[in-house]
Design a protein around this ligand. Structure first.
Ligand SMILES: C[S@@+](CC[C@H](N)C(=O)[O-])C[C@H]1O[C@@H](n2cnc3c(N)ncnc32)[C@H](O)[C@@H]1O
Length: 283
């Protein structure tokens, strides 16, 4: 019996090593991605701030998302000099950051949740391969805030898509295709809007998608501006979202599934001034 227990204990799988460290305690070299949350310099977590204060070097990137705060405000609030990274610094030239992370405590500030931007996964993998420690300090993301701000159930969302600026005369059909796939399983679609060269607004996104529409878009959607700050949301027919002044970006859109759960409807009725006929899609 004793032999069998010892044998089973040996079979128990245990992680071979801890993959992510959090705040560098006694660790003198690592790369820590710190999420900045959704709006300004005060959305950072206490753990994130602690990592910033302990870092030898603090970088930030704003090409995957933005905050309302400028770099000066962040520097003042965190009491640290912050160097802004370009896209190439974290993609083609990511080895430079990985080299630095092998010798120093390097923090990279990222708006929202750091890993809700697929580009950062490659630097984590590269660092791991080279034996450089990596930490991730999570924060709120548009992906989580969208449920809180609209009342839409998170498990009723399908794939997310991004509305890009036209390339020359060509408008990408991907968001429309994703909406169709999601509608086929009665799921909502979160549409993120392009950030470069300037953050796209909801009226611009509606105008762009109209160019590829085949009638699919004649349905309800919710426009969301500045989640996590002085937010504004409105629910209406997708095309009518073009007529609202949503104010400053960042903006996102949720294209609704074919039907709504009663609590989703009630939430939108309380907070998003929908038209009366939204009640027709309550299941
Ligand atoms: C790549 S995504 C955001 C990634 C970020 N790391 C995160 O976790 O939120 C960038 C897009 O998300 C949307 N977005 C981000 N923050 C937002 C906010 N506070 N309000 C509305 N939309 C937002 C915008 O459409 C923006 O172009």
């Amino acid at each position: 019996m004793k032999f069998i227990i010892i044998y089973l204990q040996n079979l128990t799988l245990k992680p071979s090593k801890k993959f992510f460290e959090l705040v560098p305690n006694g660790i003198t070299s690592m790369i820590t991605f710190v999420g900045l949350g959704l709006r300004d310099s005060r959305d950072i977590t206490l753990k994130g701030l602690e990592a910033v204060k302990k870092a030898d070097r603090v970088y930030a990137e704003f090409y995957t998302s933005r905050l309302s705060a400028g770099i000066e405000e962040l520097e003042k609030e965190f009491g640290r000099k912050i160097e802004v990274l370009e896209r190439k610094d974290l993609e083609e030239e990511s080895w430079k950051i990985v080299n630095e992370g092998a010798e120093k405590n390097v923090v990279i500030l990222v708006p929202g949740d750091p890993m809700i931007a697929t580009t950062h996964a490659s630097i984590v993998i590269e660092a791991k391969k080279r034996g450089v420690k990596v930490g991730i300090i999570h924060n709120a993301s548009i992906i989580s805030a969208v449920a809180g701000i609209t009342g839409l159930h998170i498990y009723r969302f399908g794939k997310t898509a991004t509305v890009s600026y036209p390339y020359g005369d060509t408008v990408s059909r991907t968001p429309l295709d994703v909406i169709k796939q999601n509608l086929s399983i009665n799921a909502h679609t979160l549409l993120l809007l392009d950030l470069n060269p300037e953050p796209m607004t909801i009226p611009e996104a509606v105008t762009i998608l109209k160019r590829v529409d085949d009638g699919t878009l004649n349905h309800f959607a919710v426009g969301i501006a500045r989640a996590g700050g002085d937010s504004f949301i409105v629910c209406d027919n997708f095309y009518r979202l073009k007529n609202y002044d949503f104010g400053e970006p960042l903006h996102s859109i949720v294209f609704l599934g074919k039907t709504l759960h009663i609590t989703e409807y009630e939430f939108l009725r309380e907070f998003a001034s929908p038209p009366d006929n939204l009640a027709e899609i309550v299941e």
